[in-house]
Design a binder for this molecule. Structure first.
Ligand code: FAD
Length: 396
């Protein structure tokens, strides 16, 4: 009988947790290493967007591991964009036919569902507070530092700062799912003929909240609300608790010009007047200064693998700007595509890994480009006469 293969999944975010489910189903002994504490035991989870748009490609990947129904039952369908013009006019723009929609889901809940599903599968062990500090990709060796519970900085600089390792492991396959600032990818970058580019856009983002009003949603529920203002924009997605999470995307130098509570009020009254009573004046002034705006990075690289030993997926392979709502969806699809290639090539990692790079990197690069294009469409083109005319033609 063939010996059971081991895989070390680095990163227990959305893609890592999903990969643990897929790889267990393929008979691997799975050890997942996540730098953060177990989010299921935390009161507040800091990090990226509170909710996400789940689309068809993400759902297909959830379906194959039997989780689609569980996730979808807690989601909120969004059938159209709802454009908020400066003068308060509202204009719905459907995503497709009347029964087609994308779905707003809670990031934390989705990640928790995936971690629990992974943990319940055979031969899966989750190791939290294990931060990868170095690795030898060709030999399948990984070194981890036991991270303090409060340390949620998963960006590069800490790896160099930390001293010796606390835990060392050797594995048959390294699965790098450690996000946009991936430590595994940093090791790949040092290798010959590895293509790599990254771009920070001038915009950052900040999240605000529209609480429920009189126990109900304060805006029409089944929409992705957009306030397009050409150079910048704000969007809102509905949450299960009847609130909306607003995300303001704006150039960093504009964020920097807003220094006081009065500046915030002036800016919002001028640019997003209908949102002010929804957010609430006090809450707006307080939340605006609570956390600094966060950067947005787009990453392209290839190949995604090293020999038969290591592969990267999700944001580690193709972080993208969020305007196409496809980063997670595309990461989920990576897991599905990898699984299909494993099936086709009889789990032979020496063939599967190169094939995954060949098949997946052009598609992921295309989605990164589309996301960058939609950056302009969402904040600007939806305002243009051409766009409105095209929509009228579509409707005919
Ligand atoms: P992550 O979610 O970043 O997970 C990586 C994990 O690895 C983290 O848990 C981290 O702690 C861990 N880690 C990092 N370094 C180490 C290390 N050295 N050792 C161990 N563990 C480590 N996508 C959509 O599809 N739809 C949307 O609507 C959408 N909206 C978005 C809105 C915003 C504002 C942003 C910023 C992104 C959005 N995205 C969206 C993109 C989506 O968030 C990402 O594509 C998705 O989170 C990628 O999942 P991942 O598991 O690859 O990476």
């Amino acid at each position: 009988m063939e010996k059971q293969k081991s895989v070390a999944v680095v990163g227990g975010g959305l893609v890592g947790a999903m990969n643990a489910c897929y790889l267990s189903s393929r008979g691997f002994k799975v050890d997942l290493y996540e730098a953060r504490q177990d989010i299921r035991t935390m009161e507040i989870v800091r990090g990226r967007s509170i909710n996400l748009a789940l689309s068809c490609r993400g759902r297909q990947a959830l379906k194959k591991v039997g989780l689609e129904d569980q996730v979808v039952k807690d989601g909120i369908p969004m059938y159209a964009r709802m454009i908020h013009d400066l003068n308060g006019t509202l204009r719905p723009i459907p995503y497709g036919k009347s029964d087609q929609y994308i779905m707003s889901v809670d990031r934390r809940k989705l990640n928790e569902t995936l971690l629990t599903a992974a943990e319940e599968r055979p031969d899966v062990t989750l190791h939290f507070q294990h931060k990868l500090i170095s690795c030898d990709l060709e030999k399948g060796k990984l070194s981890f530092k036991i991270a303090p519970a409060h340390d949620d900085d998963s960006r590069g600089q800490v790896y160099e700062r930390n001293g010796g390792a606390d835990v060392e492991v050797t594995t048959d396959l390294i699965m790098g799912n450690d996000g946009a600032y991936s430590a595994i990818r940093k090791h790949m970058v040092k290798r010959p003929r590895f293509n790599y580019s990254q771009e920070y856009i001038p915009h950052g983002y900040m999240e605000l909240t529209v609480p429920p009003h009189n126990g109900e949603f304060a805006m029409a529920i089944n929409y992705l609300h957009i306030w397009p203002r050409n150079e910048y924009m704000m969007i809102a997605l509905p949450n299960q608790d009847k609130s909306f999470t607003l995300t303001l995307f704006m150039p960093f130098d504009m964020f920097d010009q807003i220094k006081t509570g009065d500046d915030v009020m002036r800016f919002f009254m001028e640019k997003f007047p209908d949102s002010v009573p929804l957010i609430g004046e006090e809450s707006l002034k307080e939340t605006y200064f609570k956390l600094p705006p966060l950067p947005l990075v787009s990453v392209k690289c290839s190949p995604y693998h090293v020999s038969d030993k290591a592969v990267i997926m999700g944001d580690a392979a193709h972080a993208m700007v969020p305007f196409y709502g496809q980063g997670m969806n595309c990461g989920f699809e990576d897991c599905l595509v990898f699984d299909e290639i494993m099936e086709e090539l009889g789990n032979d990692l020496s063939k599967v890994l190169p094939e995954f790079s060949v098949v997946r990197s052009p598609d992921a690069h295309a989605i990164c480009d589309l996301a960058m294009y939609n950056y302009i469409e969402m904040r600007e083109s939806v305002n243009s006469r051409w766009f409105l005319m095209r929509k009228k033609v579509d409707a005919c």
